[in-house]
Design a binder for this molecule. Structure first.
Ligand code: ADP
Ligand code: MG
Length: 238
């Protein structure tokens, strides 16, 4: 069971507390979305889960294992951020292969996995291209493909669609929902787009000034917002 548990998680930069006492349980296979205004701590929280940012206090457990001090590479998480960060000198195929090559997978296993991933994300025809020969949406699909190559138990997405234009965003949203359905992984996804949050999430976590303001299903938050702030954010009538 790939679940993620945050117990009194804290982050301070210098003397400033950015996140205070975050308690949250994310179940196996759940699609959880962090929303909140800019600066509320969404990215920092995601980076802490991903092992890219040291934890200042509290406990982070993945599958009941305490991972506070475990390196990002050893947490087997797939990460996709707003800036695609594909390797510019490598082809799409080489970009996809990279995480498995690092994990010392065999050639045949890598080829099979590339074929499967490329077909899932409909990027088969792009395998020999370099990132600069791709559109924004294609690049983002490749980045997602690369993140799923090692079949991570948990995916972390930080505003993966925010650089795309509206049409593409809608298409990619549908694709991400499909991916979650097919792979059944736990997804932790940051966005400031209400529509994305309301349509994709099983559970929405609303952050405000480094605290959790409310956690609930889109339906709960819409119909029973805990505060005016949540109502305003979710766009419910209260
Ligand atoms: P969000 O993703 O919700 O916009 P962030 O997690 O990026 O918010 O930032 C939360 C707060 O932490 C902000 O006030 C930001 O300025 C601060 N912060 C983020 N990274 C650092 C850092 N490396 N050093 C100091 N402050 C930081
Ligand atoms: Mg952010």
């Amino acid at each position: 069971m790939a679940d993620v548990r945050l117990e009194g998680l804290k982050k301070t930069f210098g003397t400033i507390e950015i996140l205070s006492n975050i308690d949250l349980t994310i179940d196996h296979g759940e699609f959880v979305i962090f929303v909140g205004p800019s600066g509320s701590g969404k990215s920092t929280l995601l980076r802490m889960i991903g092992g890219l940012e040291p934890i200042s206090g509290g406990r982070l457990l993945i599958d009941n294992e305490l991972v506070n001090d475990i390196d990002a590479a050893d947490r087997n998480l797939g990460m996709v951020f707003q800036s695609y960060a594909l390797y510019p000198h490598m082809t799409v195929k080489e970009n996809l292969a990279f995480p498995l090559r690092m994990a010392k997978a065999g050639k045949a296993a890598i080829a099979a996995k590339i074929a499967k991933t490329a077909s899932l994300l409909q990027i088969d025809h792009l395998l020999e291209r370099k990132p600069r020969q791709l559109s924004g949406g294609q690049r983002q699909r490749v980045a997602i493909g690369r993140a799923i190559m090692r079949e991570p138990k948990v995916f972390l997405f930080d505003e993966p669609l925010s650089n795309l234009d509206t049409d593409l965003r809608v298409q990619m949203r549908v694709q991400i929902a499909k991916l979650h359905k097919q792979l059944g992984n736990t997804m932790i996804y940051v966005t400031h787009d209400q529509v994305e949050a309301m349509t994709l999430a099983d559970k929405i976590v609303v952050l405000k000034d480094g605290n959790i303001e409310q956690v609930g299903s889109p339906h709960d938050l819409y119909h029973n917002p805990a505060s005016r702030f949540v109502a305003g954010f979710i766009g419910s009538p209260k």
